[in-house]
Design a protein. Sequence first.
Length: 148
Amino acid sequence: MFRSILFVCIGNLCRSPTAEAIFKSMCEKRGINLRVSSAGTNACSSLRVPEEAIEAARIYGGDISNHTPRQLDEEIASRYEAIIAMSGDIAKKVEEIVNHDVIITLGDFARMGDWDIPDPWKKSFEDHLRSARMINIALEKALQRYYL
């Protein structure tokens, strides 16, 4: 399967860095060597990751405390075999921004169908936790299916 993955959400503040960190942790624990990163379709590098997102990611083994958001562009996209979007709407936006052979949703990557991850930006800790839990479930399924 893919040896390099770029996770994408809107701001690269909550969902995609959480997916990046959780998947890196899962792979490292199992000795799987993958290159994983994240970007946003509308990222602002001056914004900080919300504490709620940091804590939610930590619960599932990811550390996003030092993450800096970055904007998706052709140069970044070209470094990865697959771009995995947190929702169908984001996948469509990615297609408008970059020309890439593999742009899929996290739900499709995990073979879970319509599994759009809700955006927890400026919402409660429970919303961040729900998104992190959904990301974790999908990534665990994808890991089991393709890498173990």
